[in-house]
Design a protein around this ligand. Structure first.
Ligand SMILES: Nc1ncnc2c1ncn2[C@@H]1O[C@H](COP(=O)(O)OP(=O)(O)O)[C@@H](O)[C@H]1O
Ligand SMILES: [Mg+2]
Length: 510
């Protein structure tokens, strides 16, 4: 007696169909799972046996074989429990086999036959929808799955509910995709940051155009505080962006129970974070911090304290917007288009340039400390600003502009960019920071005066080609910010825009 149930395996963000085949045959009693199961999948048989026995069902004393096809694809995770249990129930003729054919099933079983939430339900639901399948997932993931579209979804709390539904004795209703009230931003408000006007301006430009930014300054000047203000001024995710990030968070098992993420992610891993934690990978391939920060912000505080090779591994994702994890038998990719915000002290003691406070090793210690960040890495950071110590007069002064007011301006500039890029067919770029090559040259054409300044800079400052384009991108955002304030967007970039962009090129001491 053989039964089949559809489920999936995950390879990065990709969903691969997996066929669970269950056979009950004569012979000595045995229960085997084959098809490259990892430990969690192999242990599945104990959970399935216990769950069935809690319903008063015992497995037949025969030879039970579960094959997870295709046999050469590794199966990881605990979501195979439910498809295996359903396959067994069908093979035991407790539920009709034909009913199962059109479902895609995933869920973990407890010993008491309740169905526990698993990772990856959203991408699995999208896959089911695209293949005209229906979906069976744990109750706790139902609302997440409902975002995948109008496919049929069953989200039972336990195995008994599911059996009753399939037999038609107690029907389950489809879970609803519902957005809970707007999540409020918990970080500080920009008005709480006193002084630091130029750093605030740089932060606004970074937020407006999605540019990477590095802040350098003495301890206690407000670098971490400024970074924490960023989520409060960034626009909410568009529905498409929300779906993209939510898929990644679903695979990592970090999606809130309500379903989609609404705000841009702000990930701030500690400097002791390992390479797999940051880029992704590990025993079970999990998206790393840079993927969890997709469409959002990755904040690296105390940048030089990070392991050097960990930092260098960020270079490729910064360029391609993807995290590539090499596995023994396959390459796995996760989207990782994040905005990098970094902060550092100028030297180990942090007081370089302050004759009262700096240590005796200055300025040599500073060059050692800063050399931990490689040139190619710095070349990928559009904005580099100094955040000097706060003056007493600034601290007692009136509060500055609130996050809400700045957020409004940024939303307008983001809108301008979205409309501009929408003119290019098939263009997935949404912010200036990602514009490159031909599109960048078209959207960021300098006027005559600006051209002269640019050429002079190219000659004097030995700008790399990447540095040149970085300058253009930044100048485009500065021009957009100005245009949004005046309600007339200049097509061409002026000299003032280039000059301001140039001022964010290199932090002091160089
Ligand atoms: N410019 C500032 N305006 C108001 N408070 C500040 C400012 N800079 C620092 N602070 C106060 O000092 C604390 C530490 O600042 P922090 O941002 O962590 O400094 P840094 O990261 O530059 O070392 C903040 O939580 C805040 O209370
Ligand atoms: Mg800090």
């Amino acid at each position: 007696m053989t039964a089949r149930v559809n489920t999936v395996a995950f390879q990065g963000i990709d969903v691969k169909p997996v066929d669970v085949q269950v056979q009950i045959a004569g012979g000595l009693p045995a229960f085997n799972i084959v098809g490259l199961p990892d430990k969690a999948v192999a242990e599945s048989k104990e959970r399935v046996r216990a769950a069935l026995s809690s319903l008063g069902l015992s497995l037949p004393p025969k030879r039970l074989t579960v094959n997870l096809a295709p046999a050469d694809l590794g199966k990881e995770g605990s979501h195979y429990d439910l498809p295996i249990a359903l396959g067994l129930l069908a093979a035991m003729e407790i539920i009709p086999k034909e009913e199962l054919a059109e479902y895609l099933v995933l869920g973990e079983l407890s010993l008491d036959a309740s169905i526990r939430p698993v990772a990856g339900v959203l991408p699995a639901a999208m896959h089911a929808g695209a293949n005209d399948n229906r979906l069976i997932c744990p109750e706790g993931c139902g609302r997440e799955a409902a975002w995948a579209g109008d496919l049929d979804i069953l989200a039972p709390r336990n195995l008994l509910q599911l059996i009753n539904h399939i037999k038609g004795t107690q029907l389950l209703s489809r879970p609803e995709a519902r957005l809970d009230g707007e999540e409020t931003h918990k970080g500080p408000d920009l008005s709480e940051v006193r002084g630091q006007e130029s750093a605030k301006r740089a932060l606004e430009i970074a937020a407006a155009g999605g540019h990477n930014m590095l802040m350098s300054g003495p301890p206690g000047s407000g670098k971490s505080m400024l970074a924490a203000c960023l989520p409060g001024i960034l626009p909410p995710l568009s529905p498409r962006e929300a779906l993209e990030v939510s898929m990644i968070h679903s695979l990592a098992g970090t999606l809130p129970e309500g379903g989609l993420l609404k705000r841009r992610a702000f990930r701030d891993p500690h400097h002791s974070a390992s390479l797999p934690a940051l880029i992704g990978g590990g025993h079970r391939v999990r998206p790393g911090e840079i993927s969890l920060a997709h469409n959002g912000v990755l904040f690296l505080d105390e940048l030089p304290e990070f392991n050097r090779s960990t930092l260098e591994s960020l270079r490729q994702p910064l360029e391609t917007g993807e995290a590539l994890v090499a596995r023994a038998n396959a390459h796995v990719t996760f989207p990782a288009r994040f905005q990098l915000i970094a902060a550092m002290n100028p030297c180990r003691c942090g007081h370089l340039g302050d004759s009262d406070l700096e240590c005796s090793k200055a300025p040599r210690c500073a060059s050692d400390y800063q050399a931990k960040i490689s040139g190619p890495m710095l070349d990928r950071i559009d904005i580099q600003v100094d955040v000097p110590a706060v003056r007493a007069s600034d601290l007692s002064g009136p509060p500055g502009e609130s996050s809400a007011a700045v957020a409004e301006r940024i939303a307008r500039v983001r809108q301008i960019q979205a409309e501009r890029f929408a003119r290019y067919e098939g263009c997935t770029i949404r912010v200036n920071a990602h514009a490159n090559g031909k599109i960048l040259e078209e959207i960021a054409m300098p006027d005559e005066e600006a051209k002269i300044l640019l050429n002079k800079t190219m000659e004097n400052a030995k700008l790399s080609a990447r540095g040149y384009f970085r300058l253009l991108r930044l100048a485009r955002t500065i021009a957009d910010l100005e245009g949004a304030a005046r309600d007339s967007i200049a097509d061409r970039i002026g000299k003032a825009h280039i000059a301001e962009a140039l001022s964010y090129r290199r932090i002091a001491l160089d």
